[in-house]
Design a protein around this ligand. Structure first.
Ligand code: GRF
Length: 201
């Protein structure tokens, strides 16, 4: 299973995926290419250090989202990418992209969806006063963090947490959860029935 990873920033989830691939813990999935919509981000360095091709496709260079997505699709298709994993990719994807990779785009989000979609999920959780937070890997649809949920991991919220402390606790779980889900996908164990997703075996 050839995976393209889309990033915009630090790429710590990308690192967890690359480490799992190097440890043969991705069930045969390989990272074929990393694409960032922003130049100069750490994720690009991480790809290079792992010997994985990294491209910058800057959304600002395109007149429309459709044109940007067409460039993404072309770059991924040229590398025979079958599945796309968003890992801190900060652009919404539309019909052009999702149509090209129908049902084969996944994302990780730092909340227990459907609570706290969108940006600053950890701050939203703290502001709401929840006692349990976490992360979600889900299929991507055209909404913001609204697609069918594949897997979640929970962490406690502590009384003295600030956004950084809670984010770090959640991120540690993200790094475990995302490679595990990619392995399940590579093993063909992820069964989708409408909004419900089951892990076979
Ligand atoms: C993670 O918290 C992820 O859930 C969210 O963006 C952050 C990306 O972090 N979508 P990193 O770039 O993987 O370090």
């Amino acid at each position: 299973m050839r995976v393209g990873v889309l990033v915009s920033g630090s790429g710590s989830n990308l690192q967890a995926i690359l480490d799992a691939a190097a440890a043969s813990a991705l069930g045969g999935a390989t990272v074929a290419v990393v694409i960032s919509n922003r130049p100069g981000v750490k994720a690009i360095e991480r790809a290079g250090a792992a010997g994985v091709e990294a491209l910058v496709i800057d959304h600002r260079a395109f007149a429309s989202r459709d044109d940007f997505e067409r460039a993404l699709v072309e770059a991924l298709a040229a590398r025979q990418v079958e599945w796309v994993a968003l890992a801190g990719f900060m652009r919404l994807l539309g019909a052009r992209f999702l149509g090209a990779f129908s049902g084969r785009v996944v994302n990780i989000h730092p909340s227990l969806l459907p609570a706290f979609p969108g940006v600053h999920a950890q701050a939203q959780a703290l502001a709401h006063g929840v006692k349990v937070a976490g992360c979600t890997v889900h299929f991507v649809d055209e909404g913001t963090d609204t697609g069918p949920i594949i897997a979640q991991a929970a962490v406690p919220v502590r009384d003295d947490d600030d956004e950084d402390a809670l984010s770090a606790r959640i991120l540690a779980e993200e790094h475990r959860l995302y490679p595990r889900v990619l392995r399940w996908l590579a093993e063909g164990r992820v069964v989708r029935e409408g909004r419900r997703v089951m892990i076979a075996g």
